[in-house]
Design a protein around this ligand. Structure first.
Ligand code: PHE
Length: 450
C-alpha cells in the first residue's frame, strides 16, 4: 500500500455516501418493475422482511469487517482468515460488482436519453401509446443506448479517478436531499389520480396466494440489491469510516431511507399504471414508459421531467461509484496499480459488457441464455444469486468465525445503554441463525433445490 487511506470527512458525509450507494435505480427503477412483475403486496412484504430482519444485521456485519480491517474486500479476508476459503466471498463480490455495473450503466444511460427527450418535450408526443413507442424506437436503435452507456461510464471515470473523498462525498451531500423532496412532490401528485386507490392496493395489499418460488427469490434479491449488500461494497465503504461512526445506527438509517425511497417510487408509479390502463408487469421498461406519461400531464411537465431525470442520473452515479470502488480498491491495494489505471480497468470491462447489455433490447434481443437476455441474465445472476450467497457467507463468517470481541468493539459505542446491548445481541443472533437459515431456505424452495 503506498498512499495513506482516505477517510470520510464528516458524519453527514458517511450517512450521505452510504445512502447514496443504496439509493439509486434499485429503488426507483428496479423496485417498481420487480413489484409489478411479482404481483405487488406480497413481494413488498418479502422485500421488507429481508431488508429489516436479515439485511440490517448483514449490513452491520459488512461494516464490522470493513472498519476493523480498513482494507478492500480481498485484503480484509486475507487479514481476518488467511489461507481459509472465506475469502472466496471477495471474488464473488468483485464479479457481482462488475456484472451489476454493466447492466446498471445501461439503465443509467436511459436516464441520459430521457434528460434529452425531456428537454425537447418528448418531441410533442404526450399520449401513453406514443411515449411507449418512443421508448421502443430508442431501445431498438442499438447505437443510442450503447452510446449513452459509454458516456455514463465515462462520467464515472471522471469522478472515480479524483479519489474517494472529494468526488463522492461532495456530490452526495447536495443531491440526496433534493431527490427526496422531488419524490415527495410526485407522490402527492399520484395520490390525486383517479385510480390511486387501485394502485395503492396493488402495492400494499399482500395476496399470499401469489407467493411463488420466484416471488421469494425476487424479493430477497431486491432487498440485497437495494441495500448494496452482499458484494463487499459496504466493506469497502466502511473501511473509510472513522472510529466514532456508530455502525448500527448508520445501518438502520440507510435501510430506512432506502426503503422510503422505494416506497415513494411505488406510490408514484402504481396509481399512474392503473390510471393510464397500463400493465404493471411490463418489466424493465415500466418506469421509463410511465414517468413521461405522468410528467406530460403536469403543468410545467418539461421542467419537472428534466429535473427528475437529472436527479435520477445523479442517484445512479453515486451507486455505480460505490460498486466500482470495490474492484478499484482491490486492483490498487492488491496489485499496486495506480488509481487511474485501476479505474480504467474497471470502467473498460464494464464498457464492453455494458454495450452487450444495451444491445439486449435491440439486435441481441433474440440471443438468450437459459431463456434470459444478457441484460436479464446479469441482473438475475447478480441480484438473486451472487448477492444473497455473499450475504450468507458474510453472516456466517461474522456470526461464527470472527472473534466475538471484535464484533462487540465495533458495534458497541462508549457507555452503551440497555437498548444498545439488546440490539447488539439481536444482531448477533440474527447473523448466527436467522440470516443463514432464511437465505438458505429461500434458495432451497425458490430454486427448486428441494
Ligand atoms: N443499491 C443500489 C441501488 O439501489 C445498487 C447497488 C447494488 C449499488 C450493489 C452498489 C452495489 O441502486
Amino acid at each position: 500500500m503506498t498512499e495513506k487511506r482516505a477517510q470520510f470527512a464528516t458524519r453527514l458525509g458517511v450517512i450521505a455516501t452510504t445512502v447514496g450507494s443504496a439509493v439509486g435505480l434499485g429503488n426507483i427503477w428496479r423496485f417498481p418493475y420487480e413489484a409489478g412483475v411479482h404481483g405487488g403486496g406480497a413481494f413488498l412484504l418479502i422485500d421488507l422482511f429481508f431488508i429489516f430482519i436479515i439485511g440490517v444485521p448483514v449490513v452491520c456485519a459488512e461494516f464490522i469487517i470493513g472498519r476493523h480491517t480498513g482494507a478492500n474486500v480481498r485484503g480484509a479476508f486475507k487479514m481476518l482468515a488467511p489461507g481459509k476459503p472465506w475469502g472466496i466471498v471477495s471474488y464473488l463480490g468483485i464479479l457481482a460488482s462488475i456484472l451489476i455495473l454493466s447492466f446498471y450503466s445501461v439503465v443509467a444511460g436511459w436516464t441520459l436519453e430521457y434528460i434529452g427527450q425531456s428537454l425537447s418535450d418528448f418531441s410533442g408526443i404526450h399520449s401513453p401509446e406514443g411515449l411507449h413507442r418512443q421508448f421502443d424506437i430508442f431501445a431498438q436503435s442499438n447505437w443510442r443506448p450503447a452510446m449513452w452507456t459509454v458516456i455514463f461510464l465515462l462520467c464515472n471515470y471522471l469522478i472515480l479517478s479524483r479519489g474517494v473523498q472529494k468526488g463522492i462525498e461532495k456530490m452526495s451531500n447536495i443531491m440526496m436531499p433534493m431527490l427526496f423532496v422531488i419524490l415527495i412532490a410526485f407522490s402527492i401528485n399520484s395520490l390525486t389520480m383517479p385510480s390511486a386507490a387501485e394502485g395503492l392496493s396493488f402495492l400494499f395489499k399482500p395476496d399470499f396466494s401469489k407467493v411463488t418460488p420466484s416471488v421469494l427469490i425476487g424479493g430477497m434479491g431486491q432487498a440485497f440489491f437495494s441495500l448494496s449488500l452482499g458484494l463487499g461494497c459496504l466493506i469497502t465503504y466502511s473501511s473509510y469510516f472513522k472510529r466514532e461512526t456508530p455502525l448500527v445506527k448508520t445501518a438502520f438509517i440507510t435501510a430506512g431511507l432506502d426503503t422510503l425511497v422505494a416506497l415513494l417510487a411505488g406510490i408514484i408509479i402504481f396509481p399512474a399504471v392503473f390510471t393510464f390502463g397500463e400493465e404493471p408487469a411490463a418489466g424493465p421498461k415500466l418506469v421509463f414508459e410511465i414517468l413521461p406519461s405522468i410528467f406530460s400531464n403536469l403543468p410545467g411537465g418539461m421542467i419537472w421531467s428534466t429535473l427528475f431525470f437529472v436527479l435520477l442520473f445523479l442517484a445512479s452515479l453515486t451507486s455505480t461509484i460505490s460498486m466500482s470502488e470495490i474492484s478499484i480498491a482491490y486492483f490498487q491495494e492488491e496489485f499496486g496499480m495506480s488509481r487511474r489505471k485501476a479505474t480504467w480497468l474497471n470502467i473498460g470491462i464494464a464498457m464492453v459488457l455494458g454495450i452487450i447489455c444495451a444491445l439486449s433490447f435491440g439486435m441481441l434481443s433474440d440471443f438468450t441464455i437459459c431463456g434470459l437476455t444478457v441484460f436479464n441474465l446479469f441482473d438475475y445472476l447478480s441480484s438473486n444469486i451472487l448477492l444473497p450467497v455473499g450475504g450468507l457467507i458474510i453472516s456466517i463468517f461474522v456470526g461464527w468465525v470472527l472473534d466475538r470481541a471484535v464484533v462487540q468493539r465495533e458495534l458497541v459505542t462508549v457507555n452503551p445503554g440497555r437498548a444498545t446491548i439488546i440490539c447488539v445481541r439481536l444482531i448477533v443472533f440474527c447473523l448466527r441463525y436467522l440470516a443463514p437459515l432464511c437465505i438458505a431456505a429461500v434458495f432451497i424452495f425458490g430454486l427448486g433445490l428441494f
